[in-house]
Write a protein of this length. Sequence first.
Length: 281
Amino acid sequence: MRSDGTLDDPFGPGRPADRSDDTPSTNRSTRLQGLFRRTRFWAPMNPRPGRTRLAVATGAACCLGLVGVSQAGFGTPERAAAPAPSAEVAERAEADVASRASARPTTAPTTADPSATASPKATAKPKPKPTKTVRQIVPVAGLDRTQMNNAKKIVQAGKEMGVPRRALVIAVATAMQESTLLNYASGVLPESQNYPHQAIGWDHDSVGLFQQRPSSGWGTVEQLMDPEYATKAFLSALEEIPGWQDLPLSVAAQAVQISAFPDAYAQHEWRAGEVVAEILG
């Protein structure tokens, strides 16, 4: 305390540097009063000595408690442990867990495979493609199967050329007279026998269905032994005759063949017509 009766500032510059910490209790109480004036815990205290000591002690205890709380809350890295739950709270928690466990299904529901449950769609069977039936051509007009097949080759070759039906009848009737609808080879031309044939003739070098002669310029032996080539050669020559469509069958055929028996073709006309009708359907 100063000589004028005021308190010394315990932290101010007026504090003696050589004063020891062993300060009398009266001076300590006065200094604590100055300290608490600067804090929020300060409250006007009764200037009486007994009460002053009590207030100072209470304020110091409060300060120490705040410091301890701050150190416990922020000074240590670990937080204070939560208080243990009471027995009643623990029982409620166990009952809640048991009720939830009973409400939940024990196993996860399986997702049904839609492909397994859905009814299979009826797959429409593809409609079978209609099979093209080939009409069986039967021999007619007293012909056998070989003769009928050769007549069919004549008609097919004429259709490829686009000739009318009358030309087909003339061609079939001519082949009936010349070869009886058989593909002839020639005994005079041994070469002709190297190709498919059904008979062998001896009328000069005449070969094939129409007995055409290679020496007359109708074609080679190989060509004339082919029924298709022989037919087209005959029909080409027939088309060169003026007005052949209006001529009698025997006249038209003789104009192409130059035969020694010009009237012999007419006898086959009706039979040729029947064969062509069967082939063309």
